[in-house]
Design a protein around this ligand. Structure first.
Ligand SMILES: Nc1ncnc2c1ncn2[C@@H]1O[C@H](COP(=O)(O)OP(=O)(O)OP(=O)(O)O)[C@@H](O)[C@H]1O
Ligand SMILES: [Mg+2]
Length: 412
């Protein structure tokens, strides 16, 4: 990587396609030089449902980003989401045989291999293998165990997997536009990279990205990714609930949500009525604000509680000490932070790109966290790759380049 490399991030979202181009320097500085957006109709619940349409819609976003940046985009980091994506933690174990030397580099190699050998779901591939700290017997949090004396070396590995064909569908949409997918990354990881600083990653923070069709979540603690998941629920479901509950069109429901929505039922809503700001229905009807807010709060509460229960089941709830960070467009819903605080019993905030320097205000919005994070991921991987070639380093997100996808990319 030279002092000014160009990094491109692409999110094929359910409501929007977003392409960002940045110049990256050696010190993790990113300067956005191109932005391209388009509406998205070829993606549902974070997955491609119409490849031709999605490719055409991406073409428009790519063109806009290229025009603004004044470059031809040939390679990009692509975000991946969908219900098929799943995170799980596996433990590798290896006995320390050499009592005199303690843990050897070979022991480390073997224990990592054991931790990675996790039975994946059918037709799935690893998206990321994220290593946790080592333990020797009952001493945990060992960063480098070489030379440590004891009987058993263990290490946990957080493995994020996804269905090969479904990931490949997203990659093909990008390739149809003559853009090579350099690496893929889980959208939830990307969002976390954009909005968590070192302190939050260390103390423990949960990032919840609620988009239009999917909700990704990812927990960082002790500087490592501890848990992740995806729910096939997003802001579109909130809109649909309103449409059904109030017997109005989806477009009218979206209008009410954007202009009068709230994640909680506010105390002063009794008897208050709201009307639509546009369309035919505007002339004819008004609606109870309390009913609108009740419908929204029920869906959003259910979504957050699902994540709460998952963390409770994994015994990881106590790791949210630095709080809950809400990203994705649905994080713009008024009072969602209040609802999250009530459910998680932790401080909740709307995401901003605090982990990135000088992002223009227009882009420093929750709905851009995934794409901004893809740039951060990209610059990180590029720097790590350079050091790896020099024999120094492996990425903490190793296997984020699923070999199988890369090989395909080269063959095509
Ligand atoms: N002020 C707001 N109040 C409530 N919802 C909002 C607001 N602004 C945006 N949204 C919702 O945010 C969603 C879009 O978010 P985002 O752009 O993050 O989705 P996406 O990345 O396209 O989709 P996904 O990641 O789910 O595939 C829509 O459902 C939209 O209604
Ligand atoms: Mg999204």
């Amino acid at each position: 990587m030279t002092s000014l490399d160009t990094i491109v991030g692409i999110e094929l979202g359910t409501s929007k396609i977003c392409v960002l181009v940045a110049e990256a320097d050696e010190r993790d500085g990113l300067r956005i030089i191109g932005v391209g957006q388009n509406i998205s109709n070829g993606v549902r619940k974070g997955e491609i449902c119409d490849p031709t349409l999605a490719a055409n819609e991406l073409e428009v976003a790519l063109q806009k980003a290229e025009d603004m940046a004044g470059i031809d985009i040939s390679r990009a980091y692509l975000g991946i989401s969908g219900q098929h994506v799943r995170g799980a933690t596996n433990r590798g174990l290896h006995p320390i045989r050499n009592r005199e030397k303690g843990v050897t580099p070979r022991d480390v190699e073997i224990v990592l291999k054991n931790a990675r050998s996790f039975e994946l779901d059918e037709n799935c591939n690893r998206l990321h293998c994220i290593q946790q700290n080592y333990c020797v017997d009952d001493v945990d949090n060992i960063r480098n165990p070489v030379g440590y004396r004891g009987s058993n070396l263990t290490v946990e590995m957080h493995i994020i997997q996804g269905a090969y064909n479904r990931i490949e569908n997203s990659i093909q949409v990008v390739r149809q536009n003559n853009v090579d997918v350099h690496e893929v990354a889980f959208n939830g990881l990307a969002s976390a990279l954009a909005c968590l600083g070192t302190r939050e990653k260390e103390h423990g923070a949960l990032v919840i990205d609620i988009g239009a069709g999917v909700t990704e979540y990812l927990l960082y603690a002790g500087g490592r990714v501890r848990h992740s998941g995806v729910l096939a629920v997003g802001g579109d479901h909130v809109t649909n609930d309103i449409a059904i509950g109030l017997e109005i069109s989806v477009r009218a429901a979206e209008d009410l949500k954007m202009n009068h929505g709230s994640a909680i039922v506010l105390p002063d809503t009794d008897g208050r009525r709201v009307s639509l700001s546009s369309g035919i229905e505007q002339m004819t009807r008004d609606f109870s604000l309390r009913t609108l807010q009740t419908i929204m709060s029920l869906r959003l509460e259910e979504t957050l509680k699902f994540i709460y229960k998952d963390l409770e089941k994994q015994k990881l709830l106590h790791h949210c000490q630095a709080g809950v960070v809400l990203s994705g467009g649905t994080a713009n819903t008024p009072h969602l932070d209040f609802l999250a605080e009530r459910i998680f019993n932790a401080r909740a905030t709307r995401a901003n790109a605090r982990a990135m320097s000088s992002i223009h205000q227009n882009l420093d919005q929750p709905e851009f966290m995934t794409c901004l994070g893809l740039l951060k991921f990209g610059s990180f991987q590029a720097r790590t790759e350079k050091r790896r070639i020099g024999g120094l380093h492996i990425s903490p997100f190793s296997m984020s380049i699923p070999g199988i996808f890369r090989r395909d990319a080269r063959n095509n």
